[in-house]
Ligand binder design. Structure first.
Ligand SMILES: Nc1ncnc2c1ncn2[C@@H]1O[C@H](COP(=O)(O)OP(=O)(O)O)[C@@H](O)[C@H]1O
Ligand SMILES: [Mg+2]
Length: 313
């Protein structure tokens, strides 16, 4: 009997332990299902790699700084690359934090040649000559530069200034499945360029009250772009970032946004975790720095959700 009992308990220990572990990880991923009680949707692992060509261009936009635009562009990009998508990231912010987050620092970062700034200023330069490979297979990028801020003012008098980025990107679209543009915290000429070049927009939004007020401004800008330079532009989703499960404030803010834009809020919610700042310092996406963290799992879920919703191929 003793022998059998031991067998049973061993069996039980094994069979209960494993699912319990993976369940804990799944449970700690925030979604609109557990936070707002919406229907839980599971997004399948995308298996098929799309046919080459005609990349979807997506701008990551919010005029507020520090809301998770760069973090989203890098980690969503890395998560899409993990499922076989060929991804090009464009650092379109003069702070060049995406470039830093991908490991380029010091003199290399200050070099104008090879940056998006240089591309915008030299009419002979071709974007394909300046594509860099990140440490993640399938994830390429174009370096940012601090002088990009000055480009904003320099463009103002140019003809067709809103279309500069679209024209630069056109020759490489056939090489990628997704192009992600990390925008600056403003709705000026550079962001107008990004939106004019894009099929869709992702709006990361910190779960904090003032963020709600800023949302209508982003939406107004998108509407203007649709009316003037890019009628097919669509909002792919509003992404709640830096969510704190333990405070009621995060949830209240999310409830407000969801009430106003029920179809636009991504099911996937990105929780606040120190892993993101750590991975920036390390110069790699969080999916490489802490592959089994909830931060990585959230961005992988977002990648599946984006593909399932048709926002990316
Ligand atoms: N979900 C998150 N949890 C904790 N820190 C985050 C999160 N997302 C981003 N951060 C950190 O917050 C800061 C601002 O994020 P960032 O992506 O650079 O915002 P933006 O590009 O909108 O200015 C960075 O230090 C980043 O590492
Ligand atoms: Mg940024």
């Amino acid at each position: 009997m003793g022998k059998n009992a031991r067998k049973t308990s061993l069996y039980n220990a094994k069979s209960t332990n494993k699912p319990a572990l993976s369940k804990t990880r799944e449970e700690s991923l925030a979604t609109t299902s557990d936070v707002l009680g919406k229907k839980l949707r599971n997004f399948p692992e995308p298996t098929k790699t799309p046919e080459a060509g005609n990349a979807r261009v997506i701008s990551v936009v919010n005029q507020k700084g520090g809301v998770g635009k760069t973090t989203t562009a890098i980690n969503l990009g890395a998560a899409l690359a993990e499922v076989g998508r060929r991804v090009l990231l464009i650092d379109f912010d003069s702070q060049a934090s995406m470039t830093t987050g991908l490991g380029i620092k010091g003199t290399a970062l200050r070099e104008q040649y090879g940056s998006i700034w240089y591309l915008l200023n030299d009419s002979e330069a071709k974007l394909e000559d300046f594509i860099l490979k990140s440490s993640v297979p399938g994830l390429d990028f174009i370096r940012g530069h601090e002088d990009l801020a000055a480009a904003e003012a320099a463009f103002v008098s140019e003809i067709a200034k809103e279309h500069k980025l679209r024209k630069l990107l056109a020759p490489v679209l056939d090489r990628y499945d997704v192009v992600l543009i990390d925008c600056s915290p403003s709705l000026g000429t550079l962001t107008v360029n990004a939106l004019t070049a894009s099929n869709g927009v992702i709006i990361p939004m910190e779960c904090e009250y003032f963020a709600v007020l800023g949302l209508s401004l982003v939406k107004k800008t998108i509407q203007k772009i649709k009316e003037n330079t890019n009628p097919q532009l669509e909002i792919l989703g509003i992404l709640a970032t830096m969510f704190e499960k333990k405070t009621s404030h995060s949830r209240e803010v999310l409830e407000l946004i969801d009430k106003e834009f029920p179809d636009e809020v991504f099911d996937t919610i990105i929780s606040r975790t120190v892993r993101f700042s750590e991975s920036t310092v390390a110069g790699v996406p969080v999916t490489a720095y802490a592959s089994s963290s909830t931060g990585s799992a959230s961005y992988r879920r977002l990648a599946r959700e984006l593909i399932a919703r048709g926002g990316a191929k």
